[in-house]
Design a protein around this ligand. Structure first.
Ligand code: HEM
Length: 448
């Protein structure tokens, strides 16, 4: 059966998408050549109602769809959207935000070294490639890859799987000569209340998909492949708005209700690659990181009971942007640049001195910038009786010491948002470039 799959190519190739084609910003990513943004398509379909979502008789995805009894039924664009496994960069960095996410860190098992780690990355890559294409996980009926059937009937649903290495991985695999300086431990921040057991880890996997069952299915398949080689150190589960839930494509909101992602660097920016991806460095120890990126992962609890007591006007002054539409308090619309010097009739800055968006802006940090691509989380009510909820903050940059660290240092000293946050866990991971056809992720490190 011939199927039309919606493919998400290398998102960094996207240009000209109104509002910027970054995760979490209006427009999402553009499909190369068509000028049609995937998220725009989804948003439009959503606005058109359920009937608008169907691509037509040929619109389903291969793989699971082919095993369904109702051969003529088509998947919606949500199900049929496919992200590419192979490419210059790994998927899940510039891919538009997905509705569901799992972050999992693994530690290598006792006795597992470089050889076992290489075999695991080879297996993981093979599984990720199959699942991202909407096919069942490969493997014999009783083997570790035996498909659980959880994602039967669904298409790829924009599934992405992203792999990274933590600092401790290098000593465990005898690869300390290849350890990049960018993986140096982060400095301590005064607001940190970090749980070591939910921080760091030898290996890190990020799973994102627009369908919860597809995401869980991938997670299980990856966990099973790891059995005997690596054990789960921690896992965090997150979510974002479902594609099509809004009448038009919009930047995501976080659990404080703010539009979050507006100020992100855009793939069309001339310095986007330099800020987000590691350049070539032939002959250097970190040569294997070309095309890769560093992920800083922070579990940031939101003290929602306190936050929600603030009147909206105060909430807006904490951020420096309007809650309803994300426009800067200095005026305009969401995409209008902040005027950080504008004063009101009382002579006071309209975007206050301690406003989060002012303190974190590249303008106030010597150009330091990062690509924020978070998931929200909610794990019920904590022991203190307040929501155990917040942001799985993930930011991507070519070097955390030129991105996250200087900005967080500054936020730590005087951000009006800090009293409403608690940083509970932290990790930094080297995420190598994408695997070329026939290669597995991390091969250039593990076979160097
Ligand atoms: C739960 C914690 C956080 C929340 C709720 C939050 C929320 C926001 C919001 C609402 C904005 C304005 C809209 C936008 O440009 O996206 C913003 C901007 C920004 N935030 Fe955060 N943020 C959090 C943590 C952090 C952390 C830990 C960092 C980095 C260390 C950070 C860095 C930035 C940057 C770089 C901008 C863009 C500034 C600009 O270019 O205008 N944020 N954040």
């Amino acid at each position: 059966m011939s199927k039309t799959k919606k493919q998400i190519p290398d998102e960094t190739a996207a240009t000209g998408s109104p509002g910027g084609a970054t995760p979490g910003s209006p427009g999402g990513g553009s499909a190369r050549g068509t000028g049609v943004s995937r998220r725009r398509l989804l948003g439009t379909a959503g606005a058109a109602g359920a009937t608008g979502l169907v691509l037509g008789a040929g619109g389903g995805a291969a793989g699971y769809a082919a095993t369904r009894p109702e051969e003529t039924a088509a998947l919606t664009t949500v199900g049929s959207t496919e992200a590419m496994f192979h490419g210059k960069h790994q998927p899940g960095i510039t891919t538009p935000l997905q509705a569901r996410g799992h972050l999992v860190a693994f530690d290598l098992a006792a006795g597992a070294g470089r050889k076992e780690a290489a075999a695991l990355l080879r297996r993981w890559s093979a599984v990720a490639k199959e699942l991202m294409a909407g096919r069942p996980a490969a493997g014999g009926p009783d083997g570790p890859g035996h498909d659980t059937g959880i994602a039967l009937d669904a298409g790829p649903s924009a599934l992405t799987v992203t792999f990274g290495f933590g600092r401790t991985f290098f000593a465990r695999t005898g690869l300390t000569a290849r350890l990049p300086a960018a993986l140096d431990p982060l400095p301590a921040f005064s607001a940190d209340a970090l749980d070591a057991e939910r921080s760091n880890g030898d290996l890190w996997v990020q799973v994102g998909a627009d369908d919860a069952l597809v995401a869980f299915h991938a997670l299980r398949a990856l966990q099973k492949e790891a059995a005997g080689t690596a054990r789960v150190r921690w896992q965090m589960n997150g979510f974002n708005r479902t594609p099509g839930a809004t009448a038009r494509p919009m930047t995501a909101r976080n659990l404080m209700g703010q539009i979050d992602g507006t100020g992100n660097p855009k793939p069309a920016d001339e310095d986007f690659d330099r800020r987000v991806f590691v350049p070539a460095s032939p002959g250097k120890p970190q040569e294997w990181m070309e095309g890769g990126s560093y992920a800083v992962v922070r579990r940031i609890r939101m003290l929602l009971d306190d936050w929600e007591k603030l009147p909206v006007e105060r909430q807006e002054r904490v951020i420096g942007r309007r809650k309803a539409d994300g426009a800067p308090l200095s005026g305009g619309t969401e995409t209008t640049e902040m005027d950080l010097d504008k004063a009101g009739p009382d002579g006071r800055l309209v975007i206050p001195d301690n406003a989060h968006a002012r303190i974190s802006s590249p303008e106030k940090n010597g150009g330091a910038a990062m690509l924020r691509r978070p998931f929200s989380y909610h794990d019920g009510i904590a022991e203190d009786g307040t929501p155990d909820a917040g942001l799985l903050f993930i930011c991507w940059q070519a070097d955390p010491f030129r991105g996250f660290v200087p900005v967080q240092r500054k936020l730590d000293r005087g951000d009006a948002l800090s009293p409403f946050l608690r940083h509970e866990a932290s990790g930094v991971f080297a995420v190598p470039g994408g695997a070329a056809e026939g290669e597995y992720v991390g091969q250039r490190l593990l076979e160097s």
